[in-house]
Write a protein that binds this ligand. Structure first.
Ligand SMILES: [Zn+2]
Length: 260
C-alpha cells in the first residue's frame, strides 16, 4: 500500500509570515503566501488526481494524493476556502494548547472546518521541541489531552494525527495508537505506509515557502525526481541529526542550503 501526502503549514499574506501559526524565521520557512498557494492548487488540480479525506472510501483508490496542514494556524479557514474551490479536502493538524490564541484557529473555526468535510486532527497538545524524547507519561498526555480537547469541540471521535517536528519513532506511534488514533502522519518523505497496532502510519513530502508549483505537482504525481531528492536529503540528514545536532546545523547551512 502506498499513498502520496503533501505537508503544508500556513498560508499567509505576502511578507507577513507571523500572521498565522508559530512566529519566527524557522516557521516562516514553511509558510506559503496566498498567491503562491493558489498556484499550487491550480497545478495540483490539473493533475487529474483526487484529493480526498483519508477517512473517505475513495482515499484507497488510485490517483489519489492527500493534502495536510500542520500546526493549527488561523489560516486554516483561508486554506479550506481555497481547497473548496477545487473540491479538495484538507487535513488540519492542531496544536490544541494554542486553540483560540493569537495566530491560531478558534474552536468555532475548527468546528466549521469539520462540518465542511475537512479533517481536523491532532498535532500534539503543546508541540514539544522533541516529542520522541518525552517519557511515557508525558508522551501519552500530549496525545490524550489533545484528542480530548478536539473531541469536545467536534463532538466526534478524532482519528487522525501528525507528529510535531518530524520526531517520529516507533514508540511515538505506539502511544498514538493506544490513544485511539487510526492514522498518523510523519515527516518521512515516502509513499510507503505501515501499521503500528491499529494505527496506519503515512509519510509526507514537505512543501516549503519557495517550493515551485511544478515541484509540488511532481511530488503529488511521482513524475520526475522530486520524491527521490527529498528522500535522499532526509536520509542524509537523519544520521547527522542523531550524531550531533550542532554539526547537523552547520552541514545544513554550509552544504545543503537551508531547505534541501
Ligand atoms: Zn508542527
Amino acid at each position: 500500500m502506498s499513498m502520496p501526502v503533501l505537508m503544508y503549514h500556513d498560508v499567509v499574506d505576502a511578507g507577513m509570515p507571523d500572521q498565522s501559526g508559530f512566529p519566527g524565521a524557522a516557521a516562516a520557512h514553511y509558510k506559503l503566501d496566498t498567491a503562491h498557494f493558489t498556484a499550487h492548487l491550480h497545478a495540483l488540480a490539473s493533475s487529474g488526481l483526487h484529493f480526498p479525506s483519508v477517512l473517505a472510501q475513495e482515499a484507497s483508490a488510485d490517483r489519489t494524493c492527500l493534502l495536510t496542514f500542520d500546526d493549527g494556524g488561523e489560516s486554516a479557514t483561508r486554506v479550506a476556502t481555497l481547497l473548496d474551490r477545487h473540491g479538495m479536502r484538507g487535513h488540519f493538524f492542531i496544536t490544541t494548547q494554542r486553540i483560540g490564541t493569537a495566530g491560531f484557529a478558534s474552536a468555532a473555526e475548527l468546528l466549521a472546518l469539520h462540518r465542511a468535510g475537512h479533517v481536523v486532527g491532532s498535532h500534539s497538545h503543546t508541540h514539544p521541541a522533541d516529542i520522541s524524547s518525552l517519557d511515557h507519561a508525558a508522551l501519552a498526555a500530549q496525545w490524550v489531552e489533545s484528542r480530548d480537547r478536539l473531541e469536545q469541540i467536534l463532538g466526534e471521535p478524532v482519528q487522525v494525527a501528525s507528529v510535531p517536528g518530524g520526531f517520529y519513532t516507533h514508540r511515538v506511534a505506539r502511544v498514538v495508537a493506544a490513544a485511539g488514533f487510526r492514522y498518523l502522519f510523519t515527516s518521512e518523505p515516502t509513499v510507503a505506509m505501515h501499521s503500528v497496532e491499529a494505527c496506519r502510519v503515512l509519510g509526507r513530502y514537505a512543501v516549503w515557502h519557495d517550493t515551485a508549483a511544478r515541484d509540488a505537482l511532481a511530488l503529488a504525481t511521482g513524475e520526475g525526481s522530486q520524491r527521490q531528492r527529498q528522500w535522499l536529503s532526509w536520509n542524509l540528514k537523519k544520521p547527522l541529526k542523531r550524531w550531533s545536532r550542532p554539526v547537523y546545523q552547520l552541514v545544513r547551512r554550509r552544504w545543503l542550503g537551508e531547505h534541501s
